[in-house]
Write a protein that binds this ligand. Sequence first.
Ligand code: ADP
Ligand code: MG
Length: 339
Amino acid sequence: MRRIVMLVLIFALLCGCVPADEPLPSTSFFAMNTPMSVQIDGGETLLRGVEELAYALERKLSVTDEKSEIFAINSNGGGEVSSETAELIEFALDMCESTDGALDITIYPVLRAWGFTVDDVDYDNGFVLPTDGELSELLALVGYEKVEVSDDSVTLGEGMMLDLGAVAKGYASDRIAGYLRKNGVTSALLNLGGNVYALGKKPNGVKWTIGVADPINGGTLGTLQVEDAAVVTSGGYERSFTGSDGVRYHHIIDPSTGCPADSGLASVTVVGDSGARCDALSTALFVMGLDRASDYWREHGDFEAVFVTSDGELLVTAGLEDNFITQGDYGGTLSSVIR
Ligand code: ADP
Ligand code: MG
C-alpha cells in the first residue's frame, strides 16, 4: 500500500500535477483613493490595461475630481452623464431602496461635515465636530428618493450631492474582471482597496484563499476559499479619526442619524457574484447592524456574510459554515452561525 502511495506521489510530481504556487505577474497602483493590487495569469499588456481601466473609472466616478461626471452633476444639480455612469447610479439607487435607506448615495453633504473626502482636514488641531443643528440641516439634503435618472440624464434636488464611494470599487472589480475574461484570462486575483474579486481558480486548479481582516486585533480573522466571487469588507476601522472628545469616528454614516454608524458591528464581509452588489451590501449591512442584516440575508439569500461585532463576536451566514476557517485569536471560536 505504502509503495502505491509513493508511486502515485512520484508520478504526480513528475507530470507536474501538483505544481508549487508560482507568483503570477502582478501590479500595484493607487486609484479611487485607495491602494489596488492585481495578479493575473496573463501578460504585461493586460496589467497595464487593468490600471488604465481603474484610472478611467476614477476619472468618471470620483466625487472630488473636478473633471468627473459626478463632480459635474453635483455642481450643477444634475445633467447628462455617460450611459455607464447613469446605469451605475440607477443600480445604486435600487440598492438604497432595497436596503431601506441604510445605503444612501446622497449622504455626501453629511460625510463632508465629518471631514471625510475633504482635503486638508487636521483632525488633531482645530477640526470641529459637526453640531446636532448642523447635522439636521445637512440631513435635509439627503434622500435618494429625490434623485431622478431618465435615460442618461440625472436630476438632483436642491443642494443635493451624489457619492458613489460605497459602490464604485466593487463596480470597478466587476468591470476589470469582465475586461480580463474578454481577453481570455481564466485566473486572476483583484484587490481594489479591500474589494477583492477572485476570477476563476488559481492556475493550479485550486480555489483562491482570501483572508478576512480582523477589525479589532489586526491581522487575519480567517480565510475563505472562493472562485468567481467577490469578497468585500466594510469596517469602521478602515478610515477613522479620534475627535477632540476622545471618541473614535469613522467614515460609514448612518443616514437615519447623520452620525457614523454605531450599530454594534466592527466589520461586515460580503461574499457573492457581483462586486458592485457586495460593495453596496457591505456598507448597508454595516449600517443596519446584526439583526437587520441577518433578516436582509434571509430575505435575499443571494450572498453570504461574515460579521464581527464590536464585542468581538464572530458570526457567519449558513452558506459559509464549512468554508470559513478561523485563525489567529479567533481560532475555532465561531460565535454562531446565522440561519
Ligand atoms: P470603503 O470605501 O472604505 O471600502 P465602503 O464600501 O463601506 O468602504 O464605503 C464607504 C464610503 O461610502 C464612504 O467613504 C462614503 O464615501 C460612502 N458612504 C458612507 N456612508 C454611506 C451610506 N450610508 N450610504 C452610502 N454611501 C456611504
Ligand atoms: Mg461598500
